[in-house]
Write a protein that binds this ligand. Structure first.
Ligand code: ZN
Length: 172
């Protein structure tokens, strides 16, 4: 069963501290056809991403560790492109994964890593997490697929990624 614990994080972008919840334990009992982990009780995926309520910076717990300095150009894009969407609301899991994927792309992360972020945003739509993006599962799957295809075309991929891509092409 998935259990959560409260954590305090510090945003590497605006430096504000905020509270979030992390997955303390989870029990994967299977996998959906597109590799989404199926857990007992409520799903762990929406709780594996964190979003700063002040600026919209999003990522996994490690992205808030302060180990890596966020480039100034990326900070500027967060303030210009993500912060305006906040409108005083809590960031939903689909938007947090979308924000995280955008930030990874701005930082020059591999296409597969970015694609995984969009895939998780799609899963959160499927899991009916509150969604403030105005986008649906298909939109995020297309965003993921575009990047998986790019990775496959560049031959910088593994069998696992090729399998995901083949599946998503079949679904699209
Ligand atoms: Zn922030």
């Amino acid at each position: 069963m998935t259990t959560l614990a409260n954590i305090k994080l510090r945003c590497p972008c605006c430096r504000k501290r905020f509270r979030s919840q992390m997955v303390a334990s989870t029990n994967q009992v299977g996998m959906a056809t597109d590799f989404m982990p199926v857990t007992e009780g409520f799903p762990s995926i929406p709780a594996l991403v964190h979003a700063c309520p002040s600026c919209g910076f999003s990522g996994e717990e490690d992205d808030f560790s302060g180990k890596q300095e966020l480039p100034e150009a990326v900070k500027q894009r967060v303030f210009l492109e993500l912060k305006p969407h906040l409108k005083g609301r809590r960031v939903s899991a689909p938007r947090a994964y979308q924000n995280a994927a955008m930030i990874l792309e701005w930082r020059g992360a591999p296409a597969v890593t970015v694609a995984d972020g969009y895939l998780k945003a799609a899963w959160c739509c499927r899991l009916q997490c509150t969604n403030d993006t105005g986008r649906d599962e298909e939109y995020f799957l297309r965003e993921a697929l575009e990047r998986f295809e790019h990775a496959v075309a560049s031959k910088i991929t593994s069998d696992d990624v090729t399998a995901r891509t083949t599946y998503l092409i079949g679904e699209a």
